[in-house]
Design a protein around this ligand. Sequence first.
Ligand code: ZN
Length: 198
Amino acid sequence: MTIKILIGSLLVGFCFSSVALANNRCLRELKRNDVSFQRVDKKHIDEGVKISGEIGDVLYQSQTQQDLIIDCPLAYALSRLSPLLRSMGITKVIWSSAYDIRKIRGTKKYSRHSFGLAIDIVGVEHEGKIFRVSDHYEQGLGNKNNCIGEPLTKGGAILRSMFCQWDASGLFRIILTPDYDAGHYHHFHVEVDPNRLK
Ligand SMILES: [Zn+2]
């Protein structure tokens, strides 16, 4: 498959309307989206969930064998995007950090990881091959009119397309890529705003 055909196929038909989600409905929505989870009580997290295995047919695998513990709204946002990932041929998302009480580097402010509202994604598996942000993400691509730009490699196209689709979904408050700063050279920091999902 050429890069252009791949990008074209990724762009077709993904339009996300605004999400209606009341706080107390989040767990129910997760169940409805076939996410298998356990509720967990963790400091700083409003409605903690532990997810072992898949979120809607996409495996979220820790690179350090940790359980995925996040706040329900982040799990819900990820579950909304699983059909998109599957249609792109992505079956696995590899993450390095999720719930982790820590400050934003150089500040005294808690990172959204502290509240289970952020996840750091380091790579994906596409048709049996792993593409890592550190190795395959091509920096400096895209502009206001064309988010994806012209990646030179298949891995670059997949990762950039994933970023653009997730960014356009409106499900996240912010997604930081290696384009943001040197500290993000090997991951996408993906952060949900629970208020946006209400
Ligand atoms: Zn992060």
